[in-house]
Design a binder for this molecule. Structure first.
Ligand code: MSP
Length: 518
């Protein structure tokens, strides 16, 4: 079978502070999609990283009495260790200070310049250092950036390099009309269309070194550095080997799906594709813009304190385990919309779904199989449990449709129905009563096999969200390696090896009262 290339990227985070739960949300959900696509048999390349240039980082470094390079070098390990703690399996962590990135930025700039889309002009206007964005009066109601109300916009007068973005209004409208899936969800596509319908202005893509020195030097313009967003967007090409690894580039570009937050769609859905069109490079496959993780209704952000210590992704992963964080954010936030995080709700979900739902199902089903059969019973010659096997087939198709369509919360819910169903059916059909009746021995065998098999299928469907705990549960029921079999083989009814002795497992999820909390 030929494997389809699939290139998925996250936004790259500013390194002017430590990673917070909003950053973690994006990395987790991207990892869920990447794991799902690997399970479906695709050849996946997953890129994440850090956005290290610009005035915001330069100033924060200065506030710490450090030169920018030393400052970012100190912070990057915190991002990497947070993603490791959350089981994020990326293929490359890109830093915009990486030498191959600098090379690809200058190459893209050269192509755009050769194609006649750059010119010089004086920029007279506003700049929001929070967004690292050039702003018009219209963007600053009441003189403030709505995203960064505590920062004063700066007035700039600089002789800059400009990019003829205006030339791409119609090509972008045409591109979206021909391929609506280019921007998802539809609400974001409509916002972008509105901006395009109003017409695009040309944009400045350099900053004078007098104002910002921390950036990529422009070879043909020694007094300037490249504007941080122009530099940052190109990371997606660098990460696909543009200008450095032709085989990688041929394989993965332009299959890219960019997962980003809804606050940066203009950069990704307007400026970025226009840059590619201007350079004569094919445009990526799509952007999916997720919503915000909020606390107390407000966007979780560095300036708002990152939600406090109890919302720190490192603390949550270390205290409750990475899968608990992954589960809450994936299953409780509708992908594409905002969702609220509170420690109380997080613990409620941990308790109800993980400790009592999945954890309990593993221990009681394995306990009964061991007690009555010593291990996985062999249902040979018996009809499969109709209700359970049908529910599995339904879950597989619902889950596939949902994950494929980036409705991750629905995918998690579809798989979760199997966990709930098993617990309900155990309660309802009372296998302990079957065990007391010789005449019901086959019924017990078929039922308990059905429960363990349904648990196996639930685990492979939940594995993208709960990679660690589902791997543990699969090992407990003698089905390790099920995920590696891939979607088709792993979800076919009857895949659980029989006759395997089972051991009474330690609880899959510790109870809340056994977890030491700060
Ligand atoms: N450096 C730019 C992105 C450049 S991509 C070429 C940037 N950095 S950021 O650190 O501010 O944000 C990184 C990502 O995290 C963005 O996609 C942003 O939307 C996301 N989030 C930041 N706070 C968030 C929440 N509270 N909730 C969900 N995602 C959020 O923008």
């Amino acid at each position: 079978m030929t494997r389809r290339p699939f290139y998925i990227t996250t936004a790259i985070d500013y390194v002017n502070g430590e990673p917070h739960l909003g950053h973690a949300y994006e990395k987790i959900t991207t990892d869920v999609i990447a794991r799902w696509r690997r399970f479906c048999g695709d050849e996946v390349r997953f890129l994440t990283g850090t956005d290290e240039h610009g005035i915001k980082v330069q100033k924060t470094a200065a506030d710490h009495g450090l030169d920018p390079q030393t400052y970012v070098d100190g912070l990057v390990p915190k991002f990497k260790s947070a993603w490791e703690a959350l089981d994020i399996e990326y293929d490359r962590f890109i830093r915009t200070t990486d030498p191959d990135h600098e090379k690809s930025v200058l190459e893209l700039l050269r192509r755009i310049r050769d194609n006649g889309y750059l010119f010089e002009k004086t920029y007279n206007g506003w700049y929001c250092e929070g967004c690292e964005g050039f702003k018009t009066e219209k963007d600053l109601p009441g003189g403030k950036c709505p995203e960064h109300p505590t920062r004063e916009p700066k007035w700039l007068e600089e002789e800059n390099l400009f990019f003829k973005l205006s030339a791409f209004t119609q090509p972008l409208l045409d591109h979206i009309a021909a391929k609506p899936s280019f921007i998802e969800p539809a609400s974001r596509r409509n916002e972008v269309l509105k901006v395009l319908e109003g017409g695009l202005d040309d944009i400045s893509i350099s900053r004078s070194k007098g104002a910002v020195s921390w950036g990529i030097d422009i070879d043909f313009r020694p007094d300037s550095v490249i504007y941080v967003w122009f530099d940052a967007l190109i990371n997606y090409l660098t990460g696909a080997g543009f200008g450095t690894d032709d085989a990688l580039y041929e394989r993965f570009w332009p299959t890219a799906v960019h997962i980003i937050g809804k606050d940066i769609t203009r950069f990704h859905c307007i400026i970025w594709p226009a840059m590619l069109l201007a350079a004569g490079i094919p445009v990526y496959d799509r952007v999916f813009a997720h919503g915000w993780v909020t606390t107390g209704g407000a966007k979780l952000s560095k300036s708002a304190g990152g939600g406090g210590a109890s919302a720190d992704p490192g603390y949550l992963a270390a205290t409750y385990g990475p899968d608990a964080v992954r589960w809450f954010l994936t299953s409780q936030v509708t992908y594409g919309r905002d969702g609220e995080f509170s420690l109380e709700q997080f613990e409620n979900i941990y308790d109800a779904h993980l400790a009592n739902g999945l954890g309990n199902l593993v221990s009681r089903s394995v306990g009964m199989a061991k007690k009555y059969f010593g291990g996985v019973p062999d249902p040979a010659g018996l009809a499969p449990d109709e209700l359970l096997s049908t529910a599995c087939a339904t879950a597989v198709s619902e889950c596939t449709a949902a994950y494929d369509g980036y409705a991750l919360h629905d995918g998690a819910a579809a798989a979760w129905k199997l966990v709930t169903l098993c617990n309900e059916q155990i309660q309802l059909r009372e296998p302990w009563k079957m065990a007391k009746d010789e005449a019901r021995a086959d019924e017990l065998k078929a039922f308990l096999y059905g429960i363990l098999e349904t648990l196996r299928i639930a685990c492979v469907l939940l594995a993208p969200v709960l990679p660690g705990k589902t791997a543990a549960a699969l090992a407990i029921i003698g089905a390790e390696g099920a995920v590696e079999q891939g979607l088709e083989a792993a979800t076919a009814w009857g895949g659980l090896p029989v006759g395997i002795e089972l051991e009474r497992p330690a609880p899959l999820f510790p109870r809340l009262d056994q977890i030491e909390r700060d």
